[in-house]
Design a protein around this ligand. Sequence first.
Ligand code: NAG
Ligand code: NAG
Ligand code: NAG
Length: 498
Amino acid sequence: MAPPGCSHRGEREPEPSSRPRVASCLILAVTLCAVLAGFLSVSGVGMLVSSPSSSSSLAQRLSTGIASETAGIAVGTRMPSVERELDAARGAIRRAARQRSPHGGHSGCEGNNVSSANWRRFIGEVEYARLERVYRNPSAFYRSYVEMKRRFKVYVYEEGEPPIVHEGPCKNIYTVEGRFIEELELMVPPPRAAASAGVRTWDPARAHAFFLPFSVSQMVQLAYRPLSYDLAPLRSLVADYVRVVASRHPFWNRSAGADHFMLSCHDWGPHASRGHPELSANGIRALCNANTSEGFRPAKDVSVPEINLYDGDTTRELRAPAPAQASRPFLAFFAGGRHGHVRDLLLRHWKGRDPAAFPVYEYDLPTGAGTGDGNPYYSFMRRARFCLCPSGHEVASPRVVEAIQAECVPVVVADWYARPFADVLRWETFSVAVPVADIPRLREVLERIPTPEVERLRDGVRLVKRHFTLHQPPERLDMFHMILHSVWLRRLNLKLNH
Ligand SMILES: *[C@@H]1O[C@H](CO)[C@@H](O)[C@H](O)[C@H]1NC(C)=O
Ligand SMILES: *[C@@H]1O[C@H](CO)[C@@H](O)[C@H](O)[C@H]1NC(C)=O
Ligand SMILES: *[C@@H]1O[C@H](CO)[C@@H](O)[C@H](O)[C@H]1NC(C)=O
């Protein structure tokens, strides 16, 4: 029997009875050579194969690739070469990036003309000047997103069983794990005629990226002995999974994991990924715990927002239209536990100091403090101009997403935190960053921000809100697609901020 899953869409769709598989070993081997040759031909572009540990084995694999080059080319005319597609996308995005402005396009290439009309269709009725403030390079992002929708294909490994593989949590702070896994798992193979239905492909020869659909949160639930602090079982589960897919399919070994990705929102996601050295060294790790001081590499890994959906959906209070600046009497708000040294510092300095203007609580939120009914926590967020988002035991905090949804400017107090979607978004235009060492000056820092700048920050928050919202099914530019887009950029090995 299928477990309930995260879906609000009723029963899971029935398992497809027969999944298209690669027809024969011969085609598989030949395609592999074609793909490999392409992979290596672009490897000079960036860091995908820059790891010294993997370069010698890649050289060995290259010789195998060259030996069958002729066969590879013959097949290439029949089959789309994933590397050729990636190259075409890179070219289009680079041209769009140079163009920058939607009006001053001189590229002469109409396909890359990000006109205001395109933007209106893409993102809604928004002044271009506002977009240019918040997005590093709006036309590059537009082109990259369009190329992703058109081309990006992800192969999801079918090995493994729930509850550790193929599903994850949906109603706690690790929700994004369950939701992301499930959105991919729920996709069914298209009828062969409509082969471009979604991002998932059942034909590994067409895949640009390979997803390892395990859930570290589920591993913690099932394999971790409470209070043992022994993470070895998590590491061996990850190691075993990678070993299984690497022995049954040729895809892991041909890239040493560089075109594979995992997603984990659990604090221990990074630790678990170290179970397989190639996964942490080469693989794309999509993590909520994106601590650059603990080995998170922003150019290779993907920072994922933490989102807490207690009842499986965005809280009613956060979906309601957010109050205007004038109805926000509080300068800043925080409530939460004393988890870790950052929280401790924050609470020691600011707890209970000035509840009328700068409410900081350690869990003891006064009941009835909100306006109207509903959870006073969200009511405070909706009446504050800034929302404090300090690290807990780990760098990420679901408060960032909650603040954005409440249109309260997030104040990120998190050293070493690689912000989600930072290759697309300028975080400084919709959030404030305060180093942990400046916690004693926190109030002063915020009071010094002039009112028009606070308004601009709030405008930025409103613009990026859609990127920090989960929908079922996923919607254009929402969190699901932004995570996918981050993986797509890593796979392209391209930066958008030029
Ligand atoms: C870009 O689009 C605008 C509006 O449709 C058009 O006026 C302009 O000529 C186009 N520029 C190029 C280079 O195609
Ligand atoms: C990939 O490499 C591992 C380790 O060298 C090996 O055990 C495995 O059989 C290889 N996989 C394939 C499909 O050849
Ligand atoms: C991030 O990593 C550093 C270095 O390991 C560590 O000191 C810190 O506690 C980690 N977490 C947070 C929340 O800063």
